[in-house]
Design a protein around this ligand. Structure first.
Ligand code: B12
Length: 225
């Protein structure tokens, strides 16, 4: 079993290394950056990325250059892309490390059973480096607030789909703020109405893809206080 997971990990590294080399050969900086970000998300260490992805790709570039199969310009471009990607990797790790200490709770208010959007958001937040706690559907305001306090939650994400859901989200917000006033909120879903207050510490989103940025905005603001 351990051998199998080691083999899977090796195959994943080999595939990423191949893709990184391909991006360098194509002069595709964005593609190279995406491969490195995927490697970070797959929990490869900085050493593994340097030794098993970047170095072999540059050795290959060197061989092709020596054999006259690519030009000096191709080799220079590949090196420049690598240097920029290294800087981006540092930045991506710094942002991810900063997010590590923050806890995000996800739930739908009482009576609301639609949780697909929140499941999607959980994955995005985890990949971004946040700690998440998914309570799932139909959570009464008082027990959600108690959970937020018990687990030291920084941000609560709520989703509302059904008519009337926005009012229950408001009630949840109120209950949590009574117990832990510093908690931030990210709220989304088609059941939202203009009754929800938009003020610092409360972010309203139309798309799941806005969720990580919204949580970032809340924790960055809290960090500046
Ligand atoms: C799957 C589904 C269910 C499943 C849910 C299972 C589950 N575990 O989630 C079940 C079977 C339980 C269900 C039950 C019901 N459902 Co239903 N359901 C759906 C369906 C088909 C898909 C919902 C979905 O997952 N969409 C995909 C997600 C990704 O989209 P989304 O939620 O809209 O989220 C997007 C944005 O709103 C935003 N977002 C949403 N939340 C959040 C949160 C944050 C923090 C962020 C950042 C972003 C964000 O991001 C997403 C896009 O990026 C919809 C059809 C539809 N048109 O949506 C009906 C639908 C929502 N259901 C409906 C109905 C009527 C019901 C029931 C009343 C049916 C019944 N008679 O029992 C019950 C009510 C249950 C309840 N009280 O909540 C209606 C609602 C109509 C309305 N607004 O009045 C719909 C629209 C179907 C229809 N056309 O009639 N349902």
């Amino acid at each position: 079993m351990a051998d199998r997971s080691r083999n899977d990990a090796d195959e994943r590294v080999t595939a990423l290394a191949r893709e990184f080399a391909k991006a360098l050969l194509a002069g595709d900086e964005l593609g190279a950056d995406v491969v490195i970000r995927r490697a970070i998300e797959a929990e490869l260490t900085q050493t593994e990325i340097s030794e098993e992805l970047i170095a072999p790709a540059l050795w290959l570039i060197g061989d092709l250059w020596q054999r006259g199969e690519i030009t000096v310009a191709d080799e220079h471009l590949a090196t420049e892309i690598t240097l920029r990607v290294l800087a981006l990797e540092q930045e991506a790790r710094r942002v991810r490390d900063q997010r590590k200490g923050y806890r995000v709770l996800l739930a739908t208010p009482a009576g609301e059973h639609h949780v697909v959007a929140l499941r999607m958001l959980t994955g995005l937040l985890l990949n971004a480096g946040y700690e998440t706690m998914m309570l799932g559907p139909d959570v009464p305001a008082d027990s959600l607030a108690a959970a937020a306090r018990r687990h030291g939650i920084d941000v609560v994400c709520l989703s509302v789909t059904m008519p009337g859901g926005a009012d229950r989200a408001l009630l949840t917000l109120y209950e949590v703020q009574q117990l832990v006033p510093s908690t931030g909120f990210v709220i989304g879903g088609r059941g939202l109405t203009s009754r929800l207050p938009v003020r610092p510490g409360i972010e309203v989103c139309r798309q799941v893809s806005e969720g990580v940025r919204a949580v970032d905005a809340i924790v960055n603001r809290a960090g500046l206080n």
